[in-house]
Ligand binder design. Structure first.
Ligand code: ADP
Length: 629
């Protein structure tokens, strides 16, 4: 004997969640439909599973979700012919919350009343979300394979619900949502249709909705593209999917479609777009990325846990068979399933890029132009894939023909001079500045290639030791430390020693004059055409990084640099002569200061004291022009 209508209290936590749904959430209310459809789809999944072992369950009729609206009554009904619930199950499932997802959501919301209701878009908030738009919800349900009758569950979402016997023909569940007056807009077929397209298009069961003529028609794509065998999908279909399902624009460089089976089961369909999305470099929450599905149910857009930031240009779908459906963002953070999938996906993407770089260099060039700066970020935060990333990295170089002509480290090494030990680079804010740097003079003279690291991220990569070495060869800055070209420079080194002795007096005097700015003065091995240049100590941050840090308002550790002078240069020779005649000549001070400012300007920096600099230049001009006349 079933007790007749019972009035039951919601469990405390359920009450809290309902209270929030009704009183605190104002945005993303539309997700209620996704939740109901997802529950219906789950119920169908469960039925399908149970039917495997219970022959009494008749799966003859098509498993489907049916939605109808009644504009007059302001109701939406979501029906399924899935597993259904017994009376006890209805009490247990709809009167309490057991899901960790809901609990996490609840904690998050009650912890801070002002917490943005955006959360609801991220959490699967379940059945109760119907109360965001409804003032009453009625569920009529009948359990598959049970002899009991149907049960009706009904509530206004306040503190209690009623449960009673009901009439229902077949198994399954009908959820009737009685819309609040100001939410009546949802009782429109076009609205429902667009919400299904938006949130439930790839539910694996057909979703029927009446059309204008009142005939029921399927409104979702019942067979998700990613579940089809790759061999059956055309390139056009991939592109279409990219546009329609992912909202992508433009063309794609490649599609990666695969199915993993084994310890983890998931399908993935990933794209590398041809052009960067507008928000690739935005610090705001990005919309695009990889969508996570769990067993065909859409869970979230831009699932950041699936791919590292440096692959944020990749878009697509990952559909896991292993994750729970009620997975929340928070649960994803240290989730072993996600971590394993992520590892495999990263490996797949890097593999594809490697394949492209080797097999289709022109396409890879396009890729690098669009996303190289982003991919490079991986060099300092993905240690595990560092080797692969180093092979994928491309750089401008002194031997390249303009900005687009880049070189890989492998290529660089393959065309190194036989007697060259290290890989050389210069960091600068542009190719133009790098090209004109006096530090490159010796490299040009000796035909040694120098990489131009001209993206802001390069400084960090180098600074964080992201490159350090490649193939056993050190990467060395041409502007740091005492340049040691080894065998490339044997003869000159001898000469330099002699010059160093000859210029010892002058060097000392220059150091006195520039005491506040330089730590040492020495004869250079770098310069051919310029009289002097500045180099950083081997341990210091380097000129370009120092400039960047200053621009960002960061405290820059004061590091005095080394002034290197070119013993072969007429200016240095002349100054030395003058120094021999009159070591304390005030003009000598002016010249040395001009040399120093000149070295700063060559690095793209302002002179130490621009007014004083100009004054000195003008004084010299005056003198020189008077002599001419
Ligand atoms: P979740 O679906 O994430 O578990 P919900 O709050 O949405 O959480 O639903 C609670 C429970 O109610 C479900 O786990 C399921 O057991 C039951 N349920 C909800 N909708 C249906 C349905 N259409 N058919 C069968 N059972 C359902």
């Amino acid at each position: 004997m079933q007790p007749q209508p019972q009035n039951l209290e919601f469990q405390t936590e359920a009450k809290q969640l309902l209270h929030l749904m009704i009183h605190s959430l104002y945005s993303h209310k539309e997700v209620f439909l996704r939740e109901l459809v997802s529950n219906a789809s789950d119920a169908l999944d469960k039925l399908r599973f149970e039917a495997l072992t219970d022959p009494s369950i008749d799966t003859g009729a098509e498993l489907a979700v049916r939605i109808s609206v009644d504009k007059e009554a302001k109701t939406i009904t979501v029906s399924d012919n899935g597993i259904g619930m017994t009376r006890e199950e209805a009490i247990e499932n709809l009167g309490t919350i057991a899901r960790s997802g809901s609990k996490a959501f609840l904690e998050k919301m009650t912890g801070d009343q002002r917490a943005d209701s955006n959360l609801i878009g991220q959490f699967g908030v379940g059945f109760y979300s119907a109360f965001m738009v409804a003032n009453r919800v009625r569920v009529v349900t009948k359990r598959a394979g049970s002899d009991g009758g149907a049960t009706a569950w009904e509530s206004n979402g306040e503190s209690s619900y009623t449960i009673s016997d009901a009439e229902k023909e077949g198994r399954g569940t009908d959820v009737v949502v009685y819309l609040k007056d100001d939410e009546a807009e949802y009782a429109e077929l076009w609205q429902i249709r667009s919400l299904i397209k938006k949130y439930s298009d790839f539910i694996a069961f057909p979703i029927y909705l009446p059309n204008d003529k009142g005939e029921n028609e399927v409104v979702n794509q019942t067979k998700p593209l990613w579940l089809r065998p790759a061999s059956e999908v055309t390139p056009e279909q991939y592109e279409e999917f990219y546009h329609q399902a992912l909202g992508g624009y433009g063309k794609t460089l490649c599609a990666m479609h695969s199915k993993a089976e084994g310890i983890l089961e998931y399908s993935s369909l990933l794209f590398i777009p041809a052009q960067p999305a507008f928000d690739l470099f935005s610090s705001l929450e990005r919309k695009h990325g990889v969508k996570l599905y769990v067993r065909r149910v859409f869970i979230m857009d831009n699932c950041k846990e699936l791919l590292p930031e440096y692959l944020r240009f990749v878009r697509g779908v990952v559909d896991s068979e292993d994750l729970p459906l009620n997975v929340s963002r928070e649960m994803l953070q240290k989730n072993a399933v996600i971590e394993k999938m992520s590892k495999a996906l990263v490996s797949k993407i890097l593999g594809k890029l490697t394949e492209m770089a080797e097999g289709d260099p022109a396409a890879y060039k396009d890729f690098w132009k669009s996303f190289g700066v982003v991919l490079k970020e991986g060099l300092y935060n993905d240690y595990e894939n560092r080797e692969k990333l180093l092979e994928l990295a491309r750089f401008q170089s002194s031997m390249g023909d303009g900005e687009g002509d880049t070189v890989s480290l492998k290529q660089y090494v393959s065309r190194m001079r036989e007697d060259q030990k290290d890989i050389y680079y210069i960091t600068a804010e542009s190719r133009g500045v790098a090209e004109k740097s006096p530090h490159l003079e010796i490299f040009r003279a000796k035909s040694i290639e120098v990489l131009y690291l001209v993206d802001p991220v390069d400084e960090w990569i180098i600074g964080m030791g992201g490159i350090g070495e490649y193939g056993g060869k050190q990467l060395k800055s041409v502007t740091k430390g005492d340049l040691d070209l080894g065998d490339l420079d044997k003869e000159e080194a001898e000469k330099r020693k002699a010059a160093q002795a000859e210029l010892a007096g002058l060097s000392g005097r220059i150091k006195e004059i520039l005491a506040e700015s330089v730590e040492e003065v020495r004869v250079t091995g770098r310069l051919k055409d310029s009289p002097a240049c500045l180099v950083a100590g081997a341990q210091s941050v380097g000129a370009h990084l120092e400039k960047m840090m200053k621009a960002m308002g960061q405290e820059v550790p004061v590091s005095k640099r080394v002034l290197e002078i070119n013993a072969e240069h007429p200016i240095i020779k002349n100054i030395n002569t003058r120094y021999g005649e009159a070591p304390n000549d005030p003009e000598l001070t002016d010249w040395v200061r001009l040399l120093y400012d000149g070295a700063l300007i060559a690095e793209g920096r302002p002179a130490d004291d621009p007014a004083a600099y100009l004054k000195r230049v003008n004084a010299m001009l005056e003198k020189a022009s008077a002599k001419q006349g």
